[in-house]
Ligand binder design. Structure first.
Ligand SMILES: NC(=O)c1ccc[n+]([C@@H]2O[C@H](COP(=O)([O-])OP(=O)(O)OC[C@H]3O[C@@H](n4cnc5c(N)ncnc54)[C@H](OP(=O)(O)O)[C@@H]3O)[C@@H](O)[C@H]2O)c1
Length: 331
């Protein structure tokens, strides 16, 4: 079994969860951490058993032993950090939102092709068996046609204009941070909508702190999607079929609940340890074993579909990101 040296770019919250999951994979070597602060990189490396720690992202990328970089910085840096990693010929798994807008994502994909180097958005739920099972149920038509999708992702994130959740310079806003999950879910299950209705409640920074979205399809299908930092919610995705409903939780290791006229059935698809981020990490290494530069399951074409849908929603709620959407801070 070929082993791969992983490096973490940005030692924040999700990087810790990911590193814990990465540890469970036999072919993943916890090799390097990179932070703007060497002490932070060293602390993170010690905590999870990484072999090397670097006080800058660039220095870490110059290490020729790094095979794969997991990018876990705020969304506004994803494009820059992905381009830098690809230029150093490192395979990239980059957190969602893949970047701020379609233009940035297209640049990232072009760089992956130009450097003949792997690139995938870290949309971990697509690789988790629970979500795969839902896609199987849809495809099999065992419950008839899927007609309506409802999907929520909300939690209470106290207002702080400096935080990643609210600060526009860090890509703040509910849509790109958590609304992206309901949008992803609708796109994966119903496809690209023919019409989008979206309404947002803005925070004092101008970011969306709550958003509700309706996807309308010409074939009479609908998706009702909500996200926000203003309150908590059960955070389910419910798929309404002609002959029953299927419900999954945001926690991907919860059972799938299927309700039909025959009764209620619980399916547990994902019993592994950890949070489920190891599925995407394992998939990246499978892709590298096969010598491909793009995942056949989570394609870059899909990531373009996702970000361009997010761009359309942002237009509806009049949300732009300074220095990214062709608007400078001074405008
Ligand atoms: N897949 C998931 O389930 C999931 C969950 C949460 C978040 N995410 C995504 O992961 C990314 C990071 O989220 P997070 O919650 O981990 O954020 P976080 O705790 O704030 O960490 C982000 C890290 O980025 C680095 N960074 C570089 N420039 C920065 C700047 N100007 N300001 C702040 N941080 C900067 C910092 O690392 P150093 O100080 O070490 O350089 C920081 O620790 C986001 O894109 C988010 O959408 C994904």
């Amino acid at each position: 079994m070929k082993k791969y040296n992983w490096a973490i770019l940005g030692c924040g919250w999700i990087a810790e969860i990911f590193a814990g999951d990465l540890k469970t994979l036999d072919n993943a070597v916890l090799y390097a951490t990179g932070s703007r602060d060497i002490k932070k990189a060293e602390k993170f490396a010690d905590q999870f058993g990484f072999q090397k720690a670097y006080g800058s992202y660039e220095a870490m990328l110059q290490d020729e032993n790094v095979d794969i970089v997991y990018i876990a910085t705020p969304h506004t840096f994803h494009c820059e950090h992905t381009l830098l990693s690809l230029q150093h010929k490192k395979a990239v798994l980059c957190e969602k939102a893949f970047a701020i807008n379609t233009t940035e994502v297209e640049k990232m994909i072009a760089a992956s092709k130009a450097n003949n180097t792997f690139l995938m958005e870290a949309f971990w739920i697509r690789l988790v068996p629970t979500f795969k099972k839902v896609l199987n149920i849809i495809e099999s038509k065992e419950l008839g046609e899927l007609k309506v999708v409802q999907s929520d992702f909300m939690f209470h994130g106290a207002y702080n204009p400096e935080s990643r959740l609210y600060n526009l310079d860090l890509g703040g806003g509910a849509l790109l941070d958590i609304g992206i999950y309901p949008v992803f879910t609708a796109l994966q299950t119903l496809g690209v909508p023919d019409n989008i209705i979206a309404n947002a409640i803005k925070s004092p920074t101008g970011s969306d702190e709550y958003i509700d979205i309706v996807f309308e399809y010409e074939n009479q299908k609908r998706a009702y999607l909500r996200a926000g930092f203003t309150c908590d919610a059960p955070n389910y995705s419910v798929f309404h079929f002609e002959k029953g409903t299927v419900q999954i939780s945001r926690e991907m290791n919860c059972p799938i609940i299927i309700k039909t006229e025959d009764g209620i059935q619980e399916l547990r698809e994902n019993d592994g340890e950890g949070y489920g981020y190891y599925f995407e990490a394992a998939h990246v290494m499978e892709c590298l074993d096969k010598g491909v530069i793009e995942s056949p399951i989570l394609s870059n074409e899909f990531s373009v579909e996702l970000i361009s849908t997010l761009d359309k929603i942002r237009k509806k709620i009049d949300l732009t990101y300074p220095n990214h959407d062709g608007v400078s801070r001074s405008n």
